[in-house]
Design a binder for this molecule. Structure first.
Ligand SMILES: C[S@@+](CC[C@H](N)C(=O)[O-])C[C@H]1O[C@@H](n2cnc3c(N)ncnc32)[C@H](O)[C@@H]1O
Length: 237
């Protein structure tokens, strides 16, 4: 009887030992999974924070994107229904120009940016004539075509650097961010007047001098942008 009880005890102890072993193994594997889980999570966070490959847009930093709500939607609908009126097209004046796709009234800014608070500010970085000369020829040409030399107070005489060369204000966001208004060609009898931006960072404004018919090219007077810039088109105008 005592021998049988002793054998049962021994069997029970073995079972308990075996169960303890299983519990320890399970704990160990749970610990490994927890570590793997943490590693995977931090890898996912790392990948999410990276810009997408192949030129995708990087995600905006959390909380930085301006909200878009009903007001912005109403403004966009008004823009599309009533205000949007210009597009780019081949010009008989030079290269690409700006055209009206519907009639535009006198005294209107045809380039007004809808929901301007969501758009990038226009800021400029100054380059000396020597720096501009260093660019590859097609880039130099585009820069000189689009960015007028800075002028003195009179709005006509070019500002000069130490070596007597004009200085240029180049759009800080570069050539890929030129909006439609940048493609206005010159005319001695323009239908649009150019107005300098009133505040640093805000957009330049334009106003139609008269009613513009659908299909007409919009033009500005480059004399408003200074002597050097007007000289680019003086013979062609
Ligand atoms: C701001 S860009 C205007 C857009 C340009 N047409 C284009 O295709 O990129 C200014 C350049 O256009 C050309 N241009 C504009 N008005 C002109 C005119 N009346 N006669 C000759 N060239 C003109 C000149 O090459 C000038 O440097």
């Amino acid at each position: 009887m005592a021998a049988a009880a002793g054998a049962a005890d021994a069997e029970l102890r073995r079972e308990v030992e075996a169960l303890r072993g299983e519990v320890a193994a399970l704990r160990k594997s749970a610990e490994v999974s927890r570590k793997e889980n943490l590693l995977l999570r931090s890898r996912v966070a790392e990948l999410e924070a990276r810009p997408a490959a192949g030129g995708g847009r990087p995600p905006r930093a959390a909380g930085r994107a301006p909200a878009i709500g009903e007001e912005e939607r109403r403004a966009l609908l008004r823009h599309l229904r009533e205000e949007a009126s210009v597009h780019l097209g081949p010009s008989t004046i030079a290269g690409v120009g700006v055209f009206a796709f519907r009639e535009i009234a006198e005294g209107v800014d045809p380039f007004e940016v809808c929901n301007a608070h969501l758009a990038a500010e226009e800021r400029f970085i100054t380059f000396s004539g020597a720096e501009i000369r260093d660019f590859a020829e097609p880039v130099r040409e585009r820069v000189k075509e689009f960015f007028a030399p800075l002028t003195e107070e009179d709005g006509w005489t070019p500002q000069q650097d130490e070596s007597g060369e004009p200085t240029y204000g180049v759009l800080a966001t570069g050539l890929n961010s030129l909006n439609i208004s940048w493609f206005l060609n010159h005319s001695d009898e323009p239908n649009v007047v150019f107005k300098d931006a009133e505040d640093e960072g805000s957009f330049n404004t334009y106003v139609t001098r008269r009613r513009i018919r659908a299909g007409e090219e919009l033009t500005a007077d480059y004399r408003e942008l200074g002597r050097e810039y007007h000289a680019l088109v003086a013979r062609g105008s």
